[in-house]
Write a protein that binds this ligand. Sequence first.
Ligand code: PLP
Length: 427
Amino acid sequence: MKLYNIKENDEQVSFGQAVRQGLGRNQGLFFPSQLPQFDDVDALLDEDFIARSTKILSALIGDELASEQVNAMVDAAFQFPAPIKQVKQGVYALELFHGPTLAFKDFGGRFMAQSLAAVSNGGKITILTATSGDTGAAVAHAFYGMEDINVVILYPKGKISPLQEKLFCTLGKNIHTVAIDGDFDACQALVKQAFDDAALREEIGLNSANSINISRLMAQICYYFEAAAQLTKQQRENLVVSVPSGNFGNLTAGLLAKAMGLPIKRFIAATNVNDTVPRYLETGQWDPKPTVATTSNAMDVSQPNNWPRIEELCQIKGWGLDTLGKGAVTDQQSAEAVQELHQLGYLCEPHGAIAYRVLGEQLAEGETGLFLCTAHPAKFKEVVDDILSSDIDLPAPLAKHAAMELLSEDLANDFEALKQVLRKVQK
Ligand SMILES: Cc1ncc(COP(=O)(O)O)c(C=O)c1O
C-alpha cells in the first residue's frame, strides 16, 4: 500500500510507515495513492464479517502483509458485532457500540493496536492522543498492558462525561491520562505541536492513535460494508447514511467505502452546533468558531482533523461537495430526537440521535435510511436520564470502572509542561 502526504505530495510512505508515523511532514495527513475497487460487491457482501473485512483490508494493504496475517489481525480486533436495528419503516440504526468500551472507536482502536504490533520495528513507542471522550477509552483498552508501548491521553478537563472519564482514566500501567485545562481543540493542538517537534518525536518514538492514523479509518470502512450486508439488495440501492460527525473520521471511512464500490446513494454529515462543516458546505467559507459545549460532547469539535481527507477524496472521485447532505442540531433538537426514538421503542444517546434527526429531515420517499449509533446510551447516562427521566442500567464494563479511582493528572494547556509529562512516562 502506498500513501502520500496530502500537504506535501512528494512524501510517499508504505502502510507500515504510515501506521508508525501517524502524521506526515507539515502536519499533512496520509491518503492512499490507489483505492482498490470491488466490482462484485454483492458477492463480497455475502461473506461473513471477518472474511469480508479481511478481503477489504488485504486489498488496501496489498502485499506488505500476508492475507493470513491480516485475517488474524481482523479476527483479534473485531470480536464483536455491528448489527442494524429497524427503528421504523425504512429507517435503521447501525449499532457500533458492542465492543469493550461501548463506542465505535473500538473497531479502529483495536485494529490500530494490531497494525502497530504487525509493523513495529522493535523500539519504544509513545502513543499520544487527544480525545473528546470515546477515543481515549478505545485506545487505552486496545493498548493496555502492551509491552514497549506507553499511551498518553489528553482530554479536556471537565468536558467529557464522568462515565467516559472513568472508563479510561482508571487503568494505570502503561496508560497515562492527562486532564488539560482547555477544550478538545486545545488538546488536539498540543498533539500536533508534539508531532512538529522532530527531536521529541525521535526521542520518545511518538505515534498518534487519533483518526489521523490511517489504520483506524481503514478498520471503520469495514462496518459500512457490514451494515449494507444486513439490508436487502433493493434497500441498499437507495441507501442514505447519516453520520454523527465531530472530527469527521467516521464520514471519511464511509466515503472511502463508497469509493471502493459500496453502493451508498448519499451521505449526510450531521453535527451539533459546532457546525464548521455544515456552514462551509453552505457558504464555501471555512470559518471555525470557538467550540461550544453540548450534550453530544464527543462532537464538540470546530476544527475537524479529517476534513482535508474528505476534500481530497471528493476531488479524486469528481464528487461535488454539494452531493453531501448536512445538518447541525441544537441540544434541544437532539433531546427531542432521543425522546422520539424512545417512543419508537429505541434507546439512543444524543450523538446517534443527531444523525437520526438530520436523516429524518432529509430522507426522501423510496429511500432507505441508516443512522450510525456511535456509543452505547449508558455512556451518556446523565444526559439520557435527564432527557427521558429514566435511570438506565450500566452495562458491566461501565459499572466496573465507575467504582474505580481516577488516576489522571491535571495539566495547563502548555506544550512545555506536556513535554515533561511525555519524558516522565518513559522512565
Ligand atoms: C460517540 C461519538 N459519536 C460521534 C463521534 C464523531 O466521530 P468523528 O470524530 O469520526 O466524526 C465521536 C468522536 O469522538 C464519538 O465519540
